[in-house]
Design a protein around this ligand. Structure first.
Ligand SMILES: [Zn+2]
Length: 172
């Protein structure tokens, strides 16, 4: 497995919409393994392909608690087919927006269809942190970030901070 570089705000790649994965082969499995490696190393609990500059519809996550064994999950071509009317609030963060956290309200549970690492079609009813994480990562595949749910004032402040950082470090 290879650790990849995580792209951060304000890189425009994060705003791109990812294309469906046409076939789940060894290249996609390699990508998924690299993504998990990169996520664990960061460390984080979720990572979407666009965050490492690959514009394909795939994300990985692991919401196991620290004292529990690793539980890596791979979602290829994920689609939310049902969202609960009940909402829940979690404090979210993002590996592409380091050291910034804020509360986001989302549906408390979702039903998601996807292909797993072997390419098999799966369906999962998720709630709690897993449901929030799935929605956060799926947003990435559509070029959407969790700061988009905040007030314009807050969002502008975050974006400006990262634009300023990028200028001082010489990165785009
Ligand atoms: Zn994120």
């Amino acid at each position: 497995m290879t650790k990849r570089t995580i792209i951060t705000l304000p890189d425009p790649v994060l705003r791109q919409v990812c294309a469906p994965v046409t076939a789940v082969g060894d290249d996609i499995r390699q990508l998924a393994d690299d993504m998990l490696d990169t996520m664990y190393e960061a460390p984080g609990i979720g990572l979407a392909a666009s965050q490492i500059g690959v514009l394909q519809r795939i994300f990985v996550l692991d919401v196991a608690k620290e004292d529990q064994p690793k539980a890596p999950m791979v979602f290829i071509n994920p689609e939310i087919v049902w969202s609960s009317p009940e909402l829940s609030v979690y404090q979210e963060g993002c590996l592409s927006i380091p050291e910034y956290y804020d509360d986001v309200e989302r549906p408390a549970s979702v039903r998601v269809t996807f292909q797993n690492r072997e390419g098999a079609q799966q369906e999962l009813l998720a709630d709690g942190l897993l449901a929030t994480c799935i929605q956060h990562e799926l947003d990435h595949l559509n070029g959407k970030l969790f700061i988009d749910y905040l007030s314009k004032l807050k969002r502008d402040r975050v974006v400006k901070k990262f634009q300023k950082q990028a200028r001082t470090t010489g990165k785009s």
